[in-house]
Design a protein around this ligand. Structure first.
Ligand SMILES: [Zn+2]
Length: 276
């Protein structure tokens, strides 16, 4: 079973690959570029990427990229819409060079245009991204939201509707436990009752889990991660998810709010303890 965490690539991609096993991580996530901006993206260092890929194979690691938060695939604003599409295409290229199997992107915000509009706009955006996508092996992984503000993608029905027109090999899911808890999808007592875990299309597309505890109570509709066992979800609930036999093949990635990424060593060890 793969458990890992988000890692900084500020010192290079290869460096992150080498840090992962030191923390006990068998998978990791990185930001494809500055998470809060579109412009000023550093030139992709292909030598560093190739070295990282070779080390990943040697160390039996897998990785995913996370797209910038500014991307909004459901926006009614044409300029932001175009920038979002181009940014995601670029992220797929970056991810492929780094031997990464997926790029996580959040569901969009419709900004008052309504949920049906938001989903249709995401179809339009994803179609455009896939048309321009020059990569072969990188999947777009749509992340469920907490349902904050005008976000779409906080119910199973919406998530399935967003990916429906697209082939599974191109568009999959990343499932964030904190967002799902805040959206009311993962119930405190019975997280395994989430209908997605029994849904063939959802499960076939599920390629990553963001394992986070929550600062926000159940159904609180806000995106606020907490460290494992220290939040409103708690260790028992997270254990219930981690040990679900249906999820054993899916890599788990921690995005908990640590002060220093070295602390992920404790977080990952805590998860391994919960797995038993
Ligand atoms: Zn997440």
């Amino acid at each position: 079973m793969r458990i890992g965490c988000h890692l900084s690539i500020a010192k290079g991609f290869e460096k992150a690959v080498l840090v992962a096993p030191e923390l006990g991580a068998s998978c990791f996530q990185y930001f494809t570029k500055n998470p809060r901006g579109f412009r000023g993206a550093k030139q992709l260092d292909r030598v560093d990427a190739a070295r990282g890929v070779a080390k990943m194979k040697e160390l039996d690691l897998v990785a995913i990229g996370h797209a910038p938060y500014l991307i909004n695939l459901a926006t009614p604003e044409e300029e932001l819409f175009g920038l979002s599409i181009d940014a995601l295409v670029q992220d797929l290229v970056i991810a492929e060079a780094r031997g990464t199997y997926g790029v996580v992107v959040h569901c969009g915000k419709h900004k008052g245009q309504g949920e049906a509009y938001g989903i249709e706009r995401m179809h339009q955006a994803l179609r455009s991204v896939l048309e321009k996508n020059p990569t072969q092996n990188v999947q777009i992984l749509i992340e469920n939201t907490a349902g904050q503000g005008s976000e779409v993608g906080y119910t199973l029905e919406q998530l399935l509707a967003i990916v429906e027109p697209f082939d599974r090999s191109h568009v999959g899911f990343c499932f964030d436990t904190q967002h799902a808890f805040a959206a009311g999808l993962l119930e405190p007592e019975n997280p395994r009752d989430f209908k997605g875990f029994q849904h063939p299309d959802f499960m076939a597309r599920l390629k990553a889990i963001h394992l986070n505890d929550s600062k926000i109570p159940y159904a609180g509709r806000k995106d606020r991660h907490q460290r494992i066992g220290q939040g409103e979800m708690g260790a028992a609930m997270l254990q219930n998810i981690l040990t679900d036999p249906r999820l054993q093949e899916v890599p788990f990635y921690l995005e908990t709010p640590v002060d220093d990424e070295r602390q992920y060593q404790e977080e990952i060890a805590a998860c391994r303890n919960l797995v038993g």
